[in-house]
Design a protein around this ligand. Structure first.
Ligand SMILES: [Zn+2]
Length: 321
């Protein structure tokens, strides 16, 4: 294993298509930094709080990797092959061990479009059945969507769907590291898979957690998401690496998002019971979530559609759905 001190935060250049890493190797844009959050567990956190766009060049989601003693386990690969290549170069700054496993957490493309960067290294790709299926049936749609959202900044991406299905929650030892692969159902989106590392007390929560970032709710089952967050809090993690936004210490980051979703639900439900339409609830929701809105830089961008999503689910619940 080769490890060296990593440079501190590297500014994101919007101009260069490639940047030089410290050892002179060409590293595909965007420039990333790996942060060791526990022994052998590294997070690569995007500074973005938005969907893939021209400014972030498609890099809007977090990724993580674990040195297992018998190869590297990668958790999520980003929104494009270019981003996957950049992640790979970032891993190579930490270790030259083979990358043996890639696990995709989510049915959203910003977590698996980078897979092809890791193909051809005798690497096993794993995901839940829902995620595996969506990478095959909606892969082209996701690739095209990210291409358009970023004005073509993500370049060419070859799809590489995961082949091995994680059929049920299970504890597996990768190298010397015990990993609980937890299928939590449709919280943020169908097929959500989170990793709990009990020895390191690290939760790689993917999109089930957002750090100081308003969550995307278009595919969420919000009541189930709220319950899931409560279950994950009970693990009492030391560190939580969310799918988007900053890393959390302790379970507070999970409780904060649970509070946001719960308040959103309660406020929309109260409005629904008064006979209001979703677009009439904005002021009430803004008031109820004022504390979160101050801390979530993308609140204004997301809250309107989230009210609509929750409204539909409140209505469905009212009809016994
Ligand atoms: Zn995501």
């Amino acid at each position: 294993m080769v490890r060296r001190t990593l440079a501190t935060a590297v500014a994101v250049s919007l101009l260069g298509l490639a940047a030089c890493s410290g050892d002179g190797a060409e590293k595909a844009y965007p420039e990333m930094e790996a942060k060791e959050v526990a022994d052998g567990v590294w997070a690569v956190v995007s500074p973005a709080r938005s969907f893939p766009d021209e400014e972030n060049r498609g890099w809007n989601s977090n990724m993580a990797f674990v040195e297992t003693g018998e190869g590297v386990l990668v958790f999520d690969t980003g929104s494009s092959e270019t981003i996957g290549e950049s992640l790979k170069a970032t891993i190579r700054e930490v270790t030259d061990a083979p990358i043996r496993w890639v696990i995709n957490s989510s049915s959203h493309g910003d977590h698996w479009l980078g897979n092809h960067a890791f193909a051809g290294e005798d690497t096993t790709f794993l995901a839940s059945e829902e995620v595996r299926s969506i990478t095959e049936t909606e892969g082209d749609t996701w690739r095209e969507r990210v291409h358009q959202m970023t004005g073509g900044a993500t370049g060419d991406t070859t799809l590489h769907p995961p082949k091995e299905v994680v059929a049920e929650s299970e504890s597996r030892t990768f190298g010397t590291v015990e990993v609980e692969m937890r299928l939590v159902g449709n919280a943020h989106s169908p097929g959500d898979l989170v990793l709990w590392l009990p020895d390191q007390e690290v939760l790689l929560a993917a999109d089930v957690a957002f750090g100081d970032s308003a969550p995307a709710t278009m595919d969420a089952d919000v009541r189930h998401w709220i319950d899931t967050l409560g279950e994950l809090e009970a693990l009492e993690p030391e560190v939580v690496v969310p799918g988007h936004g900053r890393i959390g210490e302790g379970e507070a980051i999970l409780a904060d998002l649970r509070g946001y979703l719960d308040t959103l639900w309660e406020t929309v439900e109260a409005g629904y019971e008064r006979g209001e339409q979703d677009f009439e609830m904005r002021d009430e929701v803004d008031e109820a979530l004022a504390d979160h809105a101050e801390r979530y830089p993308n609140y204004d961008e997301r809250i309107g559609e989230s009210i609509s999503h929750v409204y539909l689910q409140v209505e469905e619940a009212a009809f016994g759905g």
